[in-house]
Ligand binder design. Structure first.
Ligand code: HEM
Length: 90
């Protein structure tokens, strides 16, 4: 998956709520490694797939993106999040 393209998808679709890997609506549910591991189901088993599932389907106040983004866009943005989480969003 392409990280640079994932960054563009993130900026255009996610950063309004997740700027800097945070969460403006539910402050503890960030995109940092520790929070993903704690709150996102199956993150420890398969991190990319866990993110793809949530982006496709949404959860509570987070909208679903499966009718807005292509499957490849969602794979790329998920790969970007895993990469940034590994770098602690530095
Ligand atoms: C949670 C990714 C767009 C609001 C999450 C989580 C991920 C994620 C991986 C789990 C984090 C955790 O539980 O610690 C994305 C991606 C987006 C996107 C890749 C763009 C494609 C948005 C937008 C909003 C939003 C635009 C606000 C309108 C939320 C909320 C949660 C969340 C409220 C917590 C859901 C819950 O567990 O109740 N997001 N997000 N997200 N996101 Fe997003």
């Amino acid at each position: 998956a392409e990280i640079t393209y994932g960054a563009k998808i993130f900026k255009a679709n996610c950063s309004s709520c997740h700027i800097g890997g945070g969460n403006i609506l539910i402050s503890e549910k960030t995109l940092k490694k520790e929070a993903l591991s704690k709150y996102l189901e199956d993150y420890d088993a398969d991190s990319i797939q866990a993110i793809i599932y949530q982006v496709q389907n949404g959860k509570n106040a987070m909208p679903a993106f499966k009718s807005k983004l292509s499957e490849q866009d969602i794979i790329d943005v998920a790969a970007y999040i895993v990469e940034k989480a590994e770098q602690n969003w530095q």
